[in-house]
Design a protein around this ligand. Structure first.
Ligand SMILES: Cc1cc2nc3c(=O)[nH]c(=O)nc-3n(C[C@H](O)[C@H](O)[C@H](O)COP(=O)(O)OP(=O)(O)OC[C@H]3O[C@@H](n4cnc5c(N)ncnc54)[C@H](O)[C@@H]3O)c2cc1C
Length: 400
């Protein structure tokens, strides 16, 4: 029976990054992926900030589009364009992106096995965990690792079996590639309004000429399909659906992400940004820390939760505040009526507010806008009347 220093379950961006970094730190690493093809099926829009892109350090050929701004559609049909002057994000080929990350893991010395699913995890004993895996032909195998990294996404088997708490809630991301000509090929469109979004928000992200990744994120699973149909028919010119690409997005940080011999990372740890559902950047960022700490613990012969806590402390120092604020913002947004959303978006016509949003808007750290607003009390008179109940709690958190 093979003993590894680190076994990473799940070859998405978080897992591939964790595996590469662990191998770079000298660990013997196995990366497992249940699908036979890395990056497939695609369950993502592939919008990545420049910061996220730089973190990945991959060839530019994976970029499909450069994005300079956003057109935000209010429920009443009005819209506002923001940005447009410089590149702020990229639309990437998500499957090839994941494949490139895994290729780099291989080149760093990681053993990669595809078509192999982790099926159960035994309790921590004699400084290691035993992981049972099953291949496509039904063959079961027993593997051992000093640290198992659960990078297995929204459905997180490792978290469940290690009895770690789940993220607070899950959104359904329902998306399709739709025949659609975007009003500006360098703009992402976001849509608000109950009818099209199922209560949160929807998007149309241009990809190749004549098609867009059109989708919505909602907590109301039963309503998603109907909302999506309204979105496509009424806001995206009724374009033909070329293929569906949906998936779950866990948000709301769990209390713990480490246990004896286990570390969780990426969607499995609820690390996606609650206001957008974006988790590529945060997954890679935390994957780097996870890989480093897992390798160090394994090589030093102490992979207890106490030794692995360094991971928890370091990733929370980087992201906990932002993701917690984002979770509150998401909860507030989902409670707004169409009239309130329309009023909020209209506020952006006020030149000083608009300038602030354009200057400080950051898809990875959206709370920067709120932080800046707090420093400018003279702008509050515009915003205050449009704010719903519940915002005071958010503001109090910002001020701490
Ligand atoms: C519709 C939609 C649109 C999105 N758009 C964006 C976007 O534009 N930008 C952005 O940043 N994020 C976006 N996201 C979120 C993003 O896709 C995830 O946050 C990101 O993929 C998380 O990376 P990960 O490595 O944690 O998990 P995943 O990418 O989910 O990787 C987990 C891997 O683990 C494998 N796996 C699971 N269980 C097992 C098992 N038992 N054994 C072996 N392997 C297993 C899975 O097959 C998968 O390959 C979107 C999500 C959805 C659903």
């Amino acid at each position: 029976m093979n003993l590894y220093d680190v076994i990473v379950v799940g070859a998405g961006p978080a897992g591939a990054t964790a595996a590469t970094v662990a191998a770079r730190h000298g660990a013997k690493v196995l990366l497992l992926e249940e699908h036979t093809q890395i990056g497939r099926p695609i369950q993502c829009t592939g919008l990545l900030s420049i910061r996220g892109w730089r973190l990945a350090r991959l060839p530019k050929s994976l970029i499909v589009r450069e994005i300079t701004g956003v057109r935000a559609h209010a429920p009443d049909g009005s819209f506002i364009d923001l940005g447009g002057e410089r590149v702020r994000a990229y639309v990437i080929d998500r499957d090839r992106f994941d494949q490139a990350l895994v290729e780099r893991a291989k080149q760093t010395g990681v053993e990669v096995r595809t078509g192999v699913r982790a099926v159960s995890l035994e309790a921590y004993k004699n400084d290691h965990r035993t992981l049972w895996v099953e291949s496509r032909d039904g063959l079961k195998e027993k593997l051992r690792a000093r640290v198992v990294v659960g990078a297995d996404g929204a459905h997180g088997l490792v978290a469940r079996q290690a009895e770690l708490p789940p993220p607070k809630k899950r959104l359904l991301g329902l998306q399709a590639i739709v025949q659609y000509t975007a009003p500006r090929p360098d703009f992402v469109e976001v849509f608000f309004g109950e009818r099209w979004t199922g209560g949160f928000f929807a998007w149309a992200v241009p990809e190749r000429d004549g098609s867009a990744r059109v989708g919505l994120a909602t907590e109301r699973l039963h309503q998603a399909k109907e909302s999506f149909e309204h979105l496509r028919a009424e806001r995206c010119a009724g374009g033909e659906i070329l293929c569906y690409q949906s998936g779950m997005i866990p948000i709301g940080l769990p209390e713990r992400t480490v246990a004896d011999g286990v570390v969780l990372v990426g969607d499995a740890a609820g690390q996606a940004k609650p206001t957008s559902g974006g988790g590529i950047y945060t997954g890679m960022l935390c994957g780097k820390i996870a890989g480093e700490v897992a390798a160090k613990a394994a090589l030093q012969g102490d992979s207890t939760a106490r030794a692995l806590r360094e991971y928890e402390v370091r990733w929370r120092a980087k992201l906990e505040r932002e993701l917690t604020l984002g979770f509150h913002a998401q909860q507030i947004l989902t409670q707004l009526s169409d009239a309130q959303l329309t009023q909020l978006l209209k506020l952006l016509r006020e030149p000083e507010l608009r300038a602030l949003v354009e200057h400080y808007g950051d898809i990875d750290y959206p709370s920067k806008i709120a932080q800046e607003l707090i420093k400018r009390p003279r702008l509050w008179k515009h915003i205050w009347p449009a704010l719903p109940l519940g915002v005071t709690q958010y503001l109090r958190m910002l001020l701490v």
